[in-house]
Design a protein around this ligand. Structure first.
Ligand SMILES: Nc1ncnc2c1ncn2[C@@H]1O[C@H](COP(=O)(O)OP(=O)(O)O)[C@@H](O)[C@H]1O
Ligand SMILES: [Mg+2]
Length: 257
């Protein structure tokens, strides 16, 4: 199933009035951020996308695929679902070793190609600051390792064209590198985020308020210039975090360079 675009047709906000943004088209290869205060409807919007709403959810939004109705093959075959979703609250029902978990998923999605398991682990280890070994149990992974593994799993084994990431905290993930690698994969990535680095690395951001899409902002050249500064600050903070974690003393001089 090739997805070149997903179109969100606006519905109604919490006030019951039509939402200001009537239509947004998201294209393959784009990174999109959904921003807005808590309770403004960010999760609800990605729920609509995930379930290909057709005016049948409380928001009355409609989701189009490649500019038209949702192909029947998507609705009728959950195992070819083109959308993967990664959430904050991941609890594994299985304490299988990582390798076995990935092998089983590869068997279901891709006839058990062993190379995919290896590629998934390689990608996860490029995303995560903490190395994941194949025989560690899923339940023993740290938060950062779990998210890196789930993103890699969605991209490589799931091979889904669309990945939704809902307020996933980014500690333990090389954000900048992750965004670069994921962009190269030509997926459509939709983040719910408050992280300036991710928001400004996106091609566009959808601004939510009171349950409605109120604005779509395309990242401007000026904002991309700000991104360079944000990356520098983010690196400083990451290094600080790492040093605190290792119990190293923190010196002012080192921080401000
Ligand atoms: N367009 C809407 N119409 C009616 N209820 C909505 C709408 N958008 C969001 N809600 C409701 O508002 C609450 C908060 O939305 P949520 O998506 O969880 O916000 P956020 O993820 O931004 O914190 C939820 O109970 C949700 O069902
Ligand atoms: Mg939410």
């Amino acid at each position: 199933m090739k997805i070149e675009s997903i179109t969100i047709i606006g519905g109604y906000g919490k006030s019951g009035l039509p939402e200001p943004v009537r239509e947004v088209e998201l294209r393959r290869g784009e990174i999109v951020s959904i921003v807005g205060p808590t309770g403004s409807g960010k999760t609800t919007l990605i729920n609509d996308i995930e379930m290909f709403a057709s005016g049948d959810t409380p928001t009355k939004r409609k989701i189009l695929v490649n500019g038209g109705g949702v192909p029947e093959e998507i609705r009728s075959s959950p195992h070819i679902n083109p959308i993967a979703r990664i959430t904050q609250h991941t609890t594994f029902l299985s304490d299988l070793p990582v390798y076995d978990f990935l092998s089983i998923h590869a068997m279901i999605r891709q006839d058990g190609d062993e190379r995919l398991v290896k590629r998934t682990l390689d990608l996860a280890n490029q995303l995560s600051g903490e190395n994941i070994v194949p025989n560690i149990r899923m339940t023993e992974l740290s938060g950062g390792q779990t998210r890196a593994l789930l993103i890699a799993d969605a991209v490589v084994i799931g091979n889904t064209p669309v990945v939704l990431i809902d307020e996933v905290e980014n500690t333990g993930i090389y954000k900048d590198r992750a965004l670069k690698i994921l962009r190269e994969c030509q997926k459509m990535l939709i983040f719910v985020t408050h992280d300036p680095l991710i928001a400004l690395s996106s091609d566009l951001r959808i601004v939510m308020r009171n349950g409605a899409m109120v604005k779509v902002v395309r990242t401007t050249e000026d904002e991309k210039a700000v991104l360079q500064e944000v990356k520098r600050l983010d690196d400083i903070l990451s290094e600080l975090r790492e040093n605190i974690r290792l119990g190293n003393p923190i010196g002012l001089k080192k921080v401000v360079t």
